[in-house]
Design a protein around this ligand. Sequence first.
Ligand code: NAD
Ligand code: UGA
Length: 480
Amino acid sequence: MVEKNLSFPIKKICCIGAGYVGGPTMSVIADQCPDLEVKVVDINPKRISEWNSKNLKLLPVFEPGLDQIIKRVRDKNLFFTTEVDDAIKNADMIFISVNTPIKSSGLGAGEASDLKWVEASARRIASHAQGHTIVVEKSTLPVRTAEVIQKILCSSNKNKDKFGNKTFSVLSNPEFLAEGTAINDLEKPDRVLIGGDNPDSIQKLKEIYLNWVPSDKILTSNLWSSELSKLTSNAFLAQRVSSINSVSAICEATGGNVKEVAEAIGLDHRVGKLFLSPGPGFGGSCFKKDILNLVYLCKQFNLIEVANYWQQVIILNDWQKKRIYTNIVKSLFGNLSDKKITILGFAFKSNTNDTRDSPAIQLSIDLLNEDANLIFNDPKVTKEQIIEVLKNEKSNFKKDDKNLNKKLFFEQDIYKSIIDSDAIILITDWEEYTNLNWQKISNLMRKPSWVFDTRAILDSKKVRKAGINLWQVGEGNFKR
Ligand code: NAD
Ligand code: UGA
């Protein structure tokens, strides 16, 4: 590929994909770099109009602090638009931040990433970019995707300038933000990773981050290390969650308490105390897909033992979800028919409105298949979102769709959601759920009443004192 010396300064950047990464990431860049013009483009007009909504409560992504940044920079140096080609044409640097889910059919189905949105973005850039453009992979991608992008970009002859120039340089700059803490993660990142083989392009991207990130936190590497670092970072984090969840099961069997064990493990500074909270199994759009992708990569290189090692992280996660469901059914005398169950939390974690791969989804399907009535409460996920998510799972329901509508309820007031319930299942670790009046709740529930705390965040003494049966993940003194 022809590389030219990049003497021009970066003035305009474009981000393809206005999702959970593109929106917050570009908002922070625009906020920290007032001299840059930042355009976030998407093929989904509804999403763009939500980003442009005057009412900041209607932004498509909920992240603490995001609305204030949007208020400061939107329509000043940050723009959300569906004019994709125009934004590409004018940009000096283009971030690809589109979705990369697992392929649902064809070669590699269920494991490999579906790169159709990445390829479509690359083709559009190839057609409409002008002069020299730095293309940055922000999406999480299989190793060597940069090569594919480079090939697509280089095959384009359209829009060459009058000297016949049209050049590209591809960088990998994976995003490490976690939802719920995205703004803090972006403003004070542990590290920024830039992979590439063109020093000028790397420097240009580094200069953007240097506006607010200390230089010792900006790492550079080759493209393939960068792509692989992202996949393996997520795999390491997910592995910790599966590890502590496996310990939660051992604690329940032996009489230990996972909170005490996690504290003891985490105080070793070599281990560290973060990411040791037991739960209903990890959710979110990335952990599972990125591990599946890693497993696929290992199999491609015939590293079967390595593939099996990482696959086990997912197997344990699925098992954790299943064992919690089994425990709930058994506790409720093996019969959920027409019982009322309150589900506290539908988001995959607290401080986000994202429900992708939330453990609440599989559990809801399992409970509905047991004929239970479900009443949902979530501070940020709407009734419409929950119904849409569950309807998309239609094929997993044993009952027909018509019955389903009669079994789903939503109540924004936590206490009202509990009236006449046989059981409460706490799924998301929202702060709101940690300070409830358990005596009041006990009076509202049908007896015998149950609480299943899948996050181990409730004060077990208070719940039990109120006369409620409590199961807490990883608590070994559960009396059957
Ligand atoms: P998302 O689904 O929220 O957003 C992707 C957006 O891209 C969608 O709005 C979609 O309409 C748009 N899009 C798809 N094809 C397009 C095209 N050709 N032109 C214009 N727009 C297009 O996804 P996300 O959660 O933002 O994730 C994006 C990438 O970032 C994924 O690869 C993911 O693995 C990675 N990632 C996500 C997170 C996270 O917390 N969600 C964190 C780090 C990395
Ligand atoms: C994760 C990573 O933390 C980010 O670094 C990464 O950029 C991102 O994936 C991505 O690539 O998408 P995210 O999925 O948003 O971020 O949220 P996490 O805080 O990692 O939580 C993931 C899941 O694990 C949640 O369901 C959470 O409840 C669960 N979890 C996390 C636990 O059950 N216990 C823990 O101790 C930590």
